[in-house]
Write a protein that binds this ligand. Structure first.
Ligand code: ADP
Ligand code: MG
Length: 318
């Protein structure tokens, strides 16, 4: 199968419908065309995933496609952007049909789930690598940045943390339990918080998505904003499966492990009090922004979380 047949068979069907939305021209020409509505800013980001570095060698292609698009879409969510379209640069060792079929199936379901149409890409031969560029929009000057956190703001995280990181311990499990399957699902099919991100535009002072672990990503937000924080370890939202699987170590996973793609946002207490209940229900307040730089953990689990004992399996290769 040649490059052009491959594109026509597997990727053309995912191309944007030119009759609706902002993508005037999708796959098939030298460039795609996106028309920005008046008063909107284009928000875009690119991410690369390399086999053996960002995902395990031999990883299921449909899961790979979902995870790659979810990770990219999560950056849009963190900025409060509405998803529009994406491009895919795909480097493949060989044009294996079953692999491509499964990959395109996973990509189609993620594309539909996140509202991101495929607008173009590039196809080359080499070690398996995916680069996705995502495009979204926000009303002009309304994107949520990392720089806006102020002392006194509440720190809130969406969903539960640590599940995807715990799943790494069970990827090769031959007879996974229901709890293992629950955390594995979080690793294989992360859900970018796109709707929550957009709802936070009018509420949050700063936001970041948690791809590398709460402490690492909150650390980036704090550094960008020039502030510090106190995090109450006992307040961390932990799923029931994670608690049962990891016991006292669960909070450590929530602090240190990545791949959850939840949002970490800062909000002035007055704004949080006025925020829609549907938004508040999704988030847990885990601490507060402080003027003094640095990140301080408090609560009963503090000592254990900070020792790092047994945390070697959290270390990522990237
Ligand atoms: P060019 O040589 O002009 O860059 P290509 O031959 O690389 O064009 O690609 C032809 C068309 O197919 C372009 O519209 C491009 O965006 C699209 N395309 C190529 N590879 C992919 C892919 N993996 N996914 C989606 N679209 C692709
Ligand atoms: Mg090209």
């Amino acid at each position: 199968m040649g490059e052009f047949e491959l594109i026509r068979r597997f990727f053309q069907p995912l191309s944007a419908d030119p009759d609706c939305g902002q993508v005037l021209l999708g796959i098939g020409d030298d460039c795609a065309i996106q028309r920005l509505p008046a008063g909107q800013d284009l928000v875009f980001s690119v991410d690369t995933m390399v086999e053996g570095v960002h995902f395990p060698a031999g990883y299921r292609p449909d899961f790979l496609a979902w995870r790659a698009l979810a990770a990219a879409a999560s950056d849009l969510a963190a900025m409060g952007a509405a998803p529009v379209c994406f491009t895919l640069a795909l480097t493949l060792p060989e044009a294996g049909e079953p692999w491509l079929q499964a990959f395109a199936r996973g990509l189609a379901s993620a594309s539909a789930a996140f509202g991101l149409s495929l607008a173009g890409g590039d196809t080359t031969r080499g070690p398996l690598t995916l680069t996705l560029q995502v495009h979204g929009t926000v009303p002009s000057d309304c994107a949520i940045r990392r720089t806006g956190a102020r002392a006194g703001d509440l720190i809130c995280v969406s969903g539960t943390l640590g599940d995807a990181g715990a799943a790494l311990d069970y990827l090769d499990e031959s007879g996974p339990t229901d709890d293992m399957l629950a955390v594995l699902e979080r690793y294989h099919h992360p859900e970018p918080r796109l709707a929550a991100g957009q709802a936070l535009r009018a509420v949050a002072t700063a936001a970041i998505d948690i791809s590398d672990g709460l402490l690492a990503d909150l650390g980036h937000l704090l550094a960008a904003s020039g502030v510090g924080a106190r995090v109450e370890v006992p307040e961390l939202p932990l799923s029931a499966p994670l608690r049962r699987l990891k016991g006292l170590e669960a909070a450590g996973y929530a602090l240190h492990s990545g791949d959850d793609y939840e949002l970490c946002v800062t909000v002035a207490p007055e704004s949080w009090a006025r925020a829609p209940e549907s938004l508040k229900a999704l988030f847990t307040v885990i601490g507060e922004i402080e003027p003094e730089p640095g990140l301080r953990l408090s609560g009963a689990a503090q000592a254990q979380a900070q020792t790092g004992a047994g945390f070697d399996h959290f270390r990522r290769s990237s």
